[in-house]
Design a binder for this molecule. Sequence first.
Ligand code: G3P
Length: 222
Amino acid sequence: MKIFLDTAIVDEIRQAASWGILDGVTTNPTLVAKAGRTFKEVIDEICSIVNGPVSAEVTDEHAEGMMKQAREYAAWHRHVVVKIPMCEEGLKAIYQCKKENIRTNVTLIFSPNQALLAAKAGATMVSPFIGRLDDISHEGMNEVYIMRQIFDNYGIETEILAASIRHPVHVIEAAKAGADIATLPFSVLKQMVKHPLTDLGIERFLKDWESVKKLSLNKVPA
Ligand code: G3P
């Protein structure tokens, strides 16, 4: 499963990229607002760090406006994937992007039917929002299992990108469900690295190594 970061904070992206595990980045208007920089500036810098897809979201409500933004963002960098919300106008824009060879990530997907329609219109990726479904007492990950089955039944190549991931168990579940990609907040990625037994083990090895070093120092040469 590919791992993307769901952030527009460049320092977080640099750190994750330095670990050799980062396959791409997703942003949305909320995340860009948190970064406190202009949209193009942020996307340009992210594209220079990550060797993979970087999602940039359109904000127009009509297909023509979405296409204007899609063409502009796609021209910024070859890594840009245009993020388009699931709706009737969005479907028109996805279809047009496909014709113009602009890659798309269809966002705000909450059902397998939406995923199927987005894929048929030509989406490169579909993003089911797991955490937001869980928030309303609906098992979000079940939708990913169903989408995987439908896409496999018909050999649909659109990638399933598990989004709105809130904790490390979501990541394991997304991988078990066969999601192609999971996009994570940096905090979740850091939680995945940690295990209390690993920390304890490192601490104990370092402590024991100190006594080995003392023995070597005390040894009188023959
Ligand atoms: O990028 C979209 C998605 O991952 C947002 O997550 O936590 O705001 O539901 P969240």
